[in-house]
Design a protein around this ligand. Structure first.
Ligand code: ADP
Ligand code: MG
Length: 769
């Protein structure tokens, strides 16, 4: 008898080599995890035949004839197979070996690439197996169809799987019996048999349901264990001190906190007051006011004698946080200085581009504890950064950071610090339960009062008048006292990729990047080119327009951003360095050039830069590929043979010799997907809805993070967006089980499944965000 770890070679002999070479399938377990792609009934069916495509079909031989070949020796075999409705011709240039099997009325499974000859569909030298042979062992009603494995045909794969199942012992089951009973799930052994040798599609569905549940369950058990481990740590409680910094700060807030800010603030205060480290994810729409929530938590940490670190993804954002926090604190941020408040502390900024002297001074403030709040980029994570007593870590825009970075910062506390992770990319509930499943979640749902609505339009750049109108609107807003962002996908004509742009999860191909996919037909708009265009645009004469991008020197970047913030610049032409967190309430227009090159959440983030100061916002998504027009053009050519210029001319090159012609119009822009994205962003400002769309356009694997290596660690059956019920039930079962049996000592099969998952670098990817 065989187990899942048995080698295949002794069981299926010669085919084993092919499995190993073509698919890396070496063990019984590997083979059983090679799921059928679909199922066929025994009824003859050739309805899926399509010229140029690989066909696997069941059919009956209608006629067969041999004849000597004209120019060569030997006999040729012509067979017609049928499913009763469709016929396909089959040709073998050597009849030998096939004549006996392919006789009228014999039924078989045929596989090959469909071609045409004399206007009829044809298969040349197809693979086939006659049903009588195929059925020799087993007579299940459905025929599973597998992906090809090297030169093996699907029925050889079927045959191999059957042989393995014949000798298979009951396999270990990660799902405990009581969970299976409660959720009405079959055993793993039954599921494997059900999926590989089913009689009905209902059996297949039962098997899939069980395998889907198992995936969700194992995932949730790993998260439950992580959460438990975190809960077992102890730390210093950091309660806010009456009469401290936080109280003084709250007393001067120029606005009242929203209900959500108060509620989340109370939760955080409570958790930071305990001796178990807080691990909380705060998600909130762009502009929902997460920074204040974080700042209040940081002040509580300082009040209790600790320090707080704020990790930001870009220098621009770190500098802005530093500026706004310092400004909001006023004299509270002048601790130890003449004229500073008695409760005061200091706010330090640490970035990679500071001078050595500056850096040394800052490091000293951090290690002595004089700086209660330390804002920085990745530079914060370096080894020579030591804290006096790090009590709270805040990570802004989590999706830019990996778990390693969060952990690196956490490791700088003498005891594990409290952790607050913030993200503006709204996370659908099911994803929150899986990817971020080890963090408690809070959500800011309302925006602060006084937010004005934002209108979004898609601007087809090539249509006459549209760009002129765009710049005219920009000029109007500036005359009304507002400011404008113009965002471009790349910096300039030189070919160094933009450093900060590269931090983006969904990087836009940079023309200069050698790894970038084939360069688009026309160059993407660059900051410098657009800046030059604007300088010549009559509508914008006299406006102050400046550029900002990641490759400017740090102090230059700072200076430009500060001037924009103070209202001294009218228009800022930049890369996506302004994508996250940048907060200039007076800005009311966001123009995104080559918007089709950006992802949904990126566009939503960019749009979040405007509409912050009570002025109605206008977001213009400019697209150079006039996708709708392009698609209409292609479809028009495809739909008719009326002369329609160039493409039609080209198509005229074929179909000249009496052979039916085939014209395939290949387009590099996935125009429909791009258009769907832009229209969706234009249609709603609901970040949750957009996040869903964004995720649905990607593969599950991407949602979970890193590319997976082992075939068996991918989620094969579970769809994170769709299987909400499954995830929820599995979570309930998993957390209950881990509460009873944290080390899984009583569930060795489950423990093995969890180990297999975690081993495959899961720990990192689960949190990667
Ligand atoms: P985000 O959640 O995108 O990080 P910010 O923290 O940058 O949002 O806040 C956006 C703007 O709203 C800031 O200018 C901030 O000062 C302001 N703000 C925050 N909370 C309130 C509030 N309760 N009332 C009015 N304005 C607020
Ligand atoms: Mg922010």
């Amino acid at each position: 008898m065989a187990t899942e770890s048995s080698k295949l070679a002794p069981i299926i002999a010669s085919a084993a080599k092919q499995f190993a070479a073509a698919r890396g399938i070496e063990t019984v377990g590997d083979l059983l995890a090679f799921w059928p792609r679909r199922y066929r009934t025994r009824d003859a069916d050739l309805g899926t035949a399509e010229v140029g495509k690989f066909l696997v079909g069941v059919a009956e031989v209608k006629s067969a004839s041999t004849r000597p070949m004209q120019k060569r020796k030997g006999t040729m075999l012509n067979v017609v197979i049928t499913d009763g409705r469709h016929d396909i011709d089959i040709t073998f240039f050597k009849a030998w070996g096939h004549e006996k099997a392919l006789v009228p009325k014999a039924r078989g499974i045929f596989a090959g690439t469909v071609g045409t000859y004399n206007q009829r569909l044809q298969l040349t030298h197809p693979g086939y197996t006659m049903l009588d042979d195929f059925d020799a062992g087993d007579r299940k009603a459905l025929i599973p169809i597998y992906r090809s494995v090297g030169k093996l045909h699907t029925w050889t794969v079927t045959e191999s799987v059957r042989r393995v199942l014949d000798v298979l012992d009951d396999v270990p089951d990660a799902l405990p019996a009581d969970v299976r009973a409660r959720r009405k799930l079959v055993s793993r052994t039954d599921a494997l048999r059900g999926i590989h040798t089913p009689d009905t599609m209902a059996e297949v569905e039962t098997a899939r349901r069980r395998l889907r549940y198992e995936e969700a369950f194992v995932l949730q058990v790993t998260l439950a264990q992580r959460r438990r481990a975190a809960a077992g740590q102890s730390t210093t409680p950091r309660p806010a001190r009456p009469g401290g910094l936080l109280e003084a700060f709250d007393g001067r807030l120029p606005f009242t906190l929203t209900g959500g800010q108060q509620e989340v603030g109370a939760t955080i205060a409570q958790e930071m007051g305990r001796d178990v480290p807080m691990h909380r994810l705060l998600q909130g729409e762009v502009g929902s006011g997460k920074t204040i929530v974080a700042l209040r938590a940081m002040l509580a940490a300082v009040d209790s004698g600790g320090q707080a670190a704020l990790l930001a993804p870009t220098e621009v954002l770190a500098a802005q946080h530093h500026r706004t926090i310092t400004a909001m604190l006023g004299d509270l941020a002048e601790g130890g200085m003449l004229g500073g408040s008695e409760h005061g502390t200091r706010v330090a900024l640490l970035t990679g581009s500071q001078s050595t002297a500056e850096r040394r001074r800052t490091l000293l403030d951090v290690v002595t504890g004089d700086a209660g709040i330390v804002v920085g980029t990745h530079a914060l994570l370096q080894e020579n950064v030591d804290f006096f007593d790090l009590g709270l870590v805040v990570v802004d825009e989590q999706h830019r950071f990996g778990v390693e970075q969060r952990d690196a910062l956490r490791g700088k506390g003498t005891v594990p610090p409290h952790v607050l992770v913030m993200t503006a990319t709204p996370i659908p509930r099911t994803v929150a339960m899986t990817v971020f499943g080890d963090l408690e979640t809070s959500t800011l749902r309302e925006l602060p009062a006084g937010r004005a609505p934002i209108t979004t339009h898609v601007v087809p750049e090539d249509r006459p008048g549209w760009m002129a109108r765009t710049w005219a609107r920009v000029a109007e807003e500036v005359r009304a006292g507002r400011q404008v962002y113009v965002v471009c996908p790349r910096i300039g004509d030189d070919d160094v990729p933009d450093d900060e742009t590269d931090l983006r999860a969904e990087a836009v191909a940079d023309d200069g990047d050698e790894d970038a996919p084939a360069a688009p037909a026309r160059p993407l708009k660059s900051v410098y080119a657009v800046h030059a265009t604007l300088a010549e645009e009559p509508a914008l004469a006299g406006l102050s327009v400046e550029v900002l991008h990641g490759r400017l020197a740090a102090d230059e970047k700072d200076a430009v951003m500060a001037r924009f913030q103070r209202g001294e610049l009218d228009v800022l032409v930049s890369t996506t360095v302004v994508e996250v967190g940048v907060d200039v309430p007076n800005a009311s227009v966001m123009v995104v050039m080559d918007a089709d090159r950006f992802g949904v959440s990126q566009l939503h983030q960019l749009r979040g830069r405007i509409g912050r100061g009570g002025h109605p916002g206008l977001c213009l998504l400019v697209t150079g590929t006039d996708v709708e027009a392009a698609m209409t053009r292609l479809n028009a050519v495809a739909a008719t043979t009326d002369p329609a210029a160039q493409l039609h001319q080209l198509r005229g090159r074929i179909g000249r010799g009496g052979h039916p012609g085939l014209c395939l119009l290949v387009t590099g822009t996935d125009v429909e997907a791009a258009m769907t994205r832009l229209n969706a962003v234009a249609a709603t400002t609901d970040g949750f809805e957009l996040a869903r769309l964004d995720l649905s356009q990607r593969r599950e694997g991407d949602i979970l993070g890193a590319a997976q290596h082992g075939r068996r660690t991918q989620l094969e059956f579970l769809h994170i967006l769709e299987d909400e019920d499954v995830i929820e039930q599995a979570r309930e079962d998993a957390f209950a089980l881990v509460a009873d049996d944290p080390e899984l000592g009583e569930h060795p099969d489950l423990a093995a499944a969890v180990r297999a998952r975690v081993d495959a670098e899961q720990a990192a990817y689960l949190e990667r965000g």
